[in-house]
Design a protein around this ligand. Structure first.
Ligand code: NDP
Length: 281
């Protein structure tokens, strides 16, 4: 049987470590505050925002909540961000995506002060990641590195294949695995012979956004499989991009859905908030 990588337990461990750090920072007089902005009331976004606020409360980070109406204009949103950029007491700004169609997401991301960009989406954050300098890293891929490290999985020298090249998962994942000295391949919808490419992987990270697409035909025996996908099926049950029941028996380690990558994203967001407070002291 494969090692089941327990994202719930690992994220709980990280949150407890952060709670201690926050207590120490507070003793030194450093306060921590995350501003969370949601535009509209998309139910999935509301759940994510609620979970982020809950995690803040657990760790000891104050959260400021801005629940804006769907009809909020781009200018109003940008003005709020600019105001929060200036506030000394706010160390992190998070705008929950996706935004309504009339708002330019890229412009919104670019308006956040890079020193408060706890989601790691600002071009400056992406640039520092690319050239190996200090900066905020996109939370989901950063969480995957923690999952691997804390599960005792060596990355250096390993063939790492990522399926998916999005700006928030695939690309930063590639840069992080490279930073950890993996040999990295990024596959996408135009990749020829995807099964053969995926089968080269010692570590296969799947972020395609297609329920259960990855079967054992894509997986080398003994590979580590990280499933980033989250989908709800017709019975309201969660599943990933990987067909878990088919793949698990042939791999050495695998993340389940739920309870794998998902919980790590919020833990790493909290980590970025703590880093932001520590950096900007
Ligand atoms: P995107 O839709 O932005 O990107 C999907 C990527 O997969 C694209 O690069 C696309 O290629 C590639 N792709 C799509 N179909 C195929 C195919 N048939 N063969 C090969 N490559 C393909 O998705 P995200 O990266 O944002 O998210 C991926 C999944 O992860 C989703 O299920 C999402 O819900 C989940 N997710 C989970 C998070 C968590 O916290 N656990 C956080 C973020 C995302 P191309 O570029 O050529 O179009």
């Amino acid at each position: 049987m494969p090692q089941i990588i327990d994202g719930k337990a690992i994220s709980a461990q990280i949150k407890d470590e952060l709670k201690e750090k926050v207590a120490a920072l507070k003793q030194e007089g450093t306060s921590l505050c995350l501003a969370v902005i949601q535009v509209g009331n998309d139910p999935a976004s509301s759940v994510y925002v609620g979970n982020k606020k809950k995690a803040c409360a657990y760790i000891g980070i104050e959260s400021l909540s801005y629940e804006l109406d769907e009809s909020t204009t781009q200018e109003e949103l940008l003005n709020l961000i600019k105001e929060l950029n200036k506030r000394q007491d706010v160390n992190g700004i998070l705008v929950q995506l996706p935004l309504p169609g009339h708002i330019d997401e890229d412009l919104v991301i670019r308006t956040i002060d890079p020193s408060k960009d706890v989601d790691g989406f600002h071009p400056q954050s992406v640039g520092t990641l690319c050239i190996g300098q200090k900066g905020f890293v996109s939370c989901t891929p950063a969480g995957i590195i923690q999952l691997l490290k804390r599960s005792g999985i060596e990355i250096a020298g390993k063939e790492c294949v990522i399926i998916g090249r999005s700006n928030i998962v695939g690309k930063p994942m590639a840069l992080l695995l490279l930073r950890e000295n993996g040999t990295v391949t990024v596959a996408h919808s135009k990749t020829a012979n995807l099964k053969d490419v995926a089968k080269r992987a010692d570590i296969l990270v799947v972020a395609v956004g297609k329920p259960k697409m990855i079967t054992r035909d894509y997986v080398k025996e003994g590979a580590v499989v990280i499933d980033v996908g989250i989908h709800r099926n017709e019975n309201n049950k969660l599943c990933g991009d990987v067909d878990y029941d088919d793949v698990a028996p042939i791999c050495s380690a695998i993340t389940p859905v739920p309870g794998g990558v998902g919980p790590m994203t919020i833990a790493m967001l909290m980590n970025n908030c703590v880093e932001s407070a520590a950096l900007n002291r």
